[in-house]
Design a protein around this ligand. Sequence first.
Ligand SMILES: Cc1cc2nc3c(=O)[nH]c(=O)nc-3n(C[C@H](O)[C@H](O)[C@H](O)COP(=O)(O)O)c2cc1C
Length: 222
Amino acid sequence: MTSILRIDASAQLEERSLTRRLTSLFETTLRKANPSARFTHRDVGADPIPPIDHRWIHAAFTPPANREPWMSERLALSDALIDEVIAADIIVMGVPMYNYSVPAALKGWIDQVARIGRTFSFDLSRGDAPIEPILSGKHLVVLSSRGEFGFEPGGMRAHMNALDPAIAACAHCFGVDRDMIETVAIEYQEFKDARHEASFAAAEAATIAIAERLARRPAIAA
Ligand SMILES: Cc1cc2nc3c(=O)[nH]c(=O)nc-3n(C[C@H](O)[C@H](O)[C@H](O)COP(=O)(O)O)c2cc1C
């Protein structure tokens, strides 16, 4: 059975959010094509993840056998979020562009999921590349929306795109290789013109195509 982890990061709710419309379309399409698919929904936009702090870092960098009870409690949410990632074959994220990067709500999720001993290992005997991912084989679909346009490679605002690189840089912590990331982006939202209408329609068509293709993907998660 294919398992999908759906993450919504927009601070806007349902109909006011374009990324939520895309993640809903993705879920509806995939369920129709594969009725046995199992979805887990983590709505970090509506229910933000608290930022990590010095107690979290102390707990995370203490080996499990040496942890005091407060440390395990401090890591409980991180453990739950990581378990959701481990159980997923596909991760679909609704990611608005906020100030040229990911919403803080999604960054909070990434900071909780990127954890030594659970999603990556660190070993200086590996020389200049001490970090290795623990998870693998997952597929990531990023469904984004931007008020402006031209953030693709070669576009007029490519140099301002801190969203796609931020996700790609950490994707190994979610078990995703760079070549397993598919991104769909609505653009021109702030212009509200025909270009936006065309961009929205193209993004919906691309979302449907990806969902239908991934519905046939074999499950890999435990
Ligand atoms: C707080 C905030 C910051 C934004 N920053 C940017 C930005 O830096 N670049 C951009 O192109 N659009 C920006 N936008 C526009 C959003 O990316 C656009 O409205 C998008 O549709 C939001 O996703 P949503 O509809 O799912 O909420 C911003 C919107 C908000 C609310």
